[in-house]
Write a protein that binds this ligand. Structure first.
Ligand code: PLP
Length: 442
């Protein structure tokens, strides 16, 4: 009731916008993350650790736009660099700008494995590019991904792949089974299953690449063991597959050098997104060892082995300069460590509260990526989707999934009514702006 009262009494301006938006925008919101129960709020202002809605209510921002703003919202030095660039040349010309070289060199400085970097418009399309490069480089067909991992919304890898005998559980309909016939899933943390799949694929076109979120599927919701990535690297070498790190979330967050620095593992290809454009659109890119990344070279005549990648707004000067400036600022301010410590403090605080009130949730974090998940009857292992064999098992799984979703969404609404914005109630990103005072207030 208290939550309902907040929305009814304090969010009238947001409600009016949403009511009209429902007429013109499918579902009433443009962004997946914007939909929260009981209705989405409309935000006008962002600064540092705080967001301000239409009605003037302030919120601590643990959503961080889904991850790109590790320096805090609307960070001054990146904004100033962007304004200067906009004044001089506008956001886009479709031609080369020095900022594109600056960001490629800067990434290489922190991630030596990324010898070359091509900036693209989103994480989703960067994953598509990486799979294409892996297939060209290896001359093999299959891609192996981890159950429950999110690699964007393209046809081959969207959630809930390969549900045996059923499509009902797919996150998205409209994808013929053939679209993912060359993508296999294995369980997280299970190197034996991965090796079995690599062996199986040998007889059916081979494995071009193994793609992982290095902190675990759905960026650490299901964490992986410390030596897991190294095990994947060894298996990729043994079977001649490219190792693809999806660092869309972890790049410039778990460390300036990304998860590859943190785990000290050298992937062949790295996928970027989010922070790579400094909190500005459009954020994506693929980098890697020269022999692989050069397959994306623009222009014809690349020895016949060319992955066509592109995008009208890919690598526009604005995203490139914002990303470059953000990476320099992350280095100057030590943002990964500071945000990481804020994440530890937030996770500790959440654990203390869950304990104190005996609530059926568990809080944990990988630095500035903080998770809150249901335990007990409502817990749901989203990474096991693809491995349920029976129809009864599938139904039970589906029921658990919805119960968990409902529980987390209600948690998200409760957070919001108490002045905290989260990612669907279950993910809380911390930033450089999250001082001890902010975390304690939360
Ligand atoms: N890969 C991971 C690990 C992600 O978390 C996301 C987005 O959240 C993507 C890929 C897709 O990136 P984008 O939303 O920029 O298309």
């Amino acid at each position: 009731n208290e939550i309902q009262r907040f929305y009814d009494e304090k969010c009238k301006g947001s409600k009016a916008i949403f009511e009209e938006a429902k007429e013109y925008i499918p579902g009433g919101v443009q962004h997946n993350l914007a939909f929260n129960k009981p209705f989405p709020l409309c935000f006008d202002k962002a600064e540092g650790a705080y967001l301000y809605d239409r009605d003037g209510n302030a919120y601590i921002d643990f959503l961080q736009a889904g991850g790109p703003t590790i320096l805090g919202s609307n960070y001054g030095p990146v904004r100033e660099a962007a304004i200067e660039l906009l004044r001089d040349c506008g956001p886009v010309t479709g031609l080369l700008h020095e900022a594109e070289l600056l960001i490629a060199k800067e990434i290489h400085k922190h991630m030596p494995n990324v010898e070359m970097f091509r900036m693209l418009g989103s994480g989703t399309e960067s994953v598509m590019a990486a799979m294409r490069i892996a297939r060209i480089a290896s001359k093999k067909k299959h891609i192996i991904k981890i159950g429950g991992a999110y690699h964007g919304w393209s046809d081959q890898v969207v959630y809930g792949l390969k549900i045996p005998g059923s499509r009902a559980l797919l996150e998205s309909h409209g994808i013929p089974g053939k679209m993912f016939s060359l993508v296999d899933e294995v369980k997280p943390n299970d190197l034996t299953m991965l090796e079995d799949m690599l062996k199986k694929n040998k007889a059916r076109g081979g494995t071009a690449g193994v793609i992982v979120e290095p902190v675990g599927p759905e960026s650490g919701t299901r964490p992986v063991a410390r030596d897991y990535n190294r095990g994947v690297r060894e298996l990729c070498d043994k079977y001649g597959a490219l190792m693809i790190f999806d660092e869309v979330v972890t790049g410039f967050r778990v460390a300036l050098g990304g998860a590859q620095a943190y785990f000290d593992v050298a992937p062949d290809l790295t996928i970027f997104g989010k922070i790579v454009a400094g909190g500005y659109p459009a954020a994506g890119g693929v980098g890697g060892k020269r022999q692989y990344a050069s397959i994306m070279a623009a222009g014809l005549g690349n020895a016949g082995h060319r992955a066509y990648v592109g995008g009208t707004l890919a690598a526009n000067p604005l995203s490139a300069l914002a990303g470059y400036t953000a990476i320099k600022e992350i280095e100057r301010t030590n943002a990964c460590e500071i945000a990481g410590r804020a994440g530890d403090r937030l996770a500790d605080g959440l654990k203390m509260l869950l304990d104190k009130y005996g609530l059926p949730y568990v809080a944990y974090n990988q630095g500035s990526i903080v998770h809150l998940e249901c335990t007990g009857a409502m817990s749901f292992d989203f990474s096991s989707f693809s491995f349920v064999k029976s129809a009864v098992g599938l139904l039970a799984h589906k029921k658990m999934m919805y119960e968990r979703k409902d529980s987390m969404e209600r948690m998200g609404a409760a957070y919001m009514a108490n002045g905290i914005v989260t990612l669907a109630g279950s993910r809380l990103y911390t930033s450089l702006a999250d001082t001890d005072e902010v975390i304690d207030e939360a």
